[in-house]
Write a protein that binds this ligand. Structure first.
Ligand SMILES: *Cc1c(COP(=O)(O)O)cnc(C)c1O
Length: 404
């Protein structure tokens, strides 16, 4: 960081006004345009990460900027004691994309809150004694207490025990173990269609189909956490659609409003009816300013056919990435890709260190496991930008152990 950036961030001297929760940020960005962001020195970076699968339409998209600025000048917030003009159209659109138009939506502000609401909805529907929730090892469902309890990463639980009880975790993509976990107290299941934070691990279609069938047989509600995979990212509007199933509950957030904080939980009508007035709530959830961005984002995602773009661009990414000698394989779906590096490409470096080296050369991605990178680029990225960014990765992988 430059001195000016450090001052802006507050890192001068030895006492930062910011908690050290995220460590020392490697860059301070001031501006973005499409698939590019710029730091305070004007240096440009091609964005293969989109703020972690959030800004699918790219930065400073004119239609989203126009919607936010118009709404900001008109009305930002009135609370859920009243309706606003965006709630019903956005909910209708989400329902249509999920299952053709039935079901109901409750708005929140983030992915964790959407999952928290979904877990409460399932408990309310199932009643006491069927409050158990099964989720997968290596899953990620958020940082609030119940979402954290559902997250299948025990090392993240440890400092915060005791967590809410009733959560159990099963090996990913193993239907037999899943079936064995379904003790009578289990009333809900929460799964991602592609584990994002856990390393970009897609669910097998026959696994999700088997889970759906077992849930149907036993009256268990299936929650699909589409927070990272939703809004077209995997090449379908929602990742579970690859398997041809319909969940009972769907949670969404990241890609929904191109960077404004919006989360949502959808449920089929009978399940949604378990929440009546006062059962759950959020002061900001569904507020006019955030939903103006969601509405414009959904309109634009449909106009450009985001799922089709994700499918096409997946091919372009795979074509370039699979040709790199340092790459072992590419996994994932659509524009949510995990790039597994081989020993030669890593040359002793971790995924995070490789991602950092890419940043220093002008490409943004993240290290998602010690040996893999995650790419979640925007739908608006050009083939040239893909080639440029993959070229940066090629240089870093060929560089065998840093600057000499
Ligand atoms: C990011 C993420 C969350 C948490 O979302 P926040 O907005 O950070 O609370 C939950 N589930 C999945 C699958 C995610 O990728």
């Amino acid at each position: 960081m430059t001195a000016e950036q450090a001052r802006a961030w507050g890192a001068e001297g030895d006492h930062s006004p910011l908690m050290n929760n995220y460590g020392s940020p490697p860059r301070l960005f001031v501006r973005g345009q499409g698939a590019e962001v710029f730091d305070a020195d004007g240096t440009s970076y091609v964005d293969f990460l989109c703020g972690i699968a959030v800004t699918g339409l790219g930065h400073a998209h004119p239609a989203i900027t126009a919607a936010i600025t118009a709404q900001a000048a008109k009305l930002t917030h009135t609370s859920n004691l009243f309706a606003n003009e965006h709630q019903a159209p956005v909910a209708e659109c989400l329902s249509r994309l999920i299952d053709g138009g039935s079901g109901q939506v409750l708005f929140q502000n983030s992915g964790a809150e959407a999952n928290e609401a979904a877990i409460k909805l399932v408990r309310k529907y199932q009643g006491r004694g069927r409050h158990g929730v099964v989720s997968a090892l290596r899953s990620f469902h958020g940082r609030t207490m119940a979402a954290l309890a559902a997250t299948g990463q025990p090392e993240k639980h440890e400092p915060y025990q005791p967590l809410p009880e009733g959560f159990r975790h099963v090996v990913w993509n193993d239907l037999d173990e899943f079936e064995r976990s379904l003790v009578p107290e289990v009333g809900g299941v929460i799964l991602e269609s592609v584990q994002g934070e856990g390393g970009v691990n897609p669910a097998r279609d026959d696994y999700l189909q088997g889970v759906r069938k077992l849930c149907d047989e036993r009256g268990i509600l299936l929650i699909m956490d589409e927070v990272q995979t939703g809004m077209g990212r995997t090449g379908r509007w929602f990742g579970f659609q690859h398997a041809g199933i319909v969940p009972d509950v769907v949670t969404m957030a990241k890609g929904i409003a191109n960077g404004m904080p919006v989360g949502a939980v959808w449920a089929r009508d009978e399940v949604a009816a378990a929440f009546g007035p006062g059962d759950h709530g959020s002061t900001y959830g569904g507020q006019a300013l955030a939903l103006s961005a969601a509405r414009a984002t959904l309109t634009e995602l449909e106009a450009i056919d985001a799922p089709a773009l994700a499918q096409r661009l997946e091919g372009v990414f795979r074509h370039h990435l699979e040709a790199l000698p340092g790459v072992d394989h590419v996994r994932g779906r659509g524009l949510l890709l995990g790039v597994e590096l081989n020993d030669e490409g890593r040359a002793g470096r971790s995924g995070a260190e490789i991602a950092r080296a890419c940043l220093d050369k002008g490409m943004i991605c993240s290290g998602v496991t010690p040996t893999a990178l995650r790419l979640a680029p925007p739908y608006v990225i050009s083939d040239q930008q893909i080639e440029y960014g993959v070229g940066v990765l090629a240089d870093v992988l060929a560089d065998h152990g840093g600057d000499h």
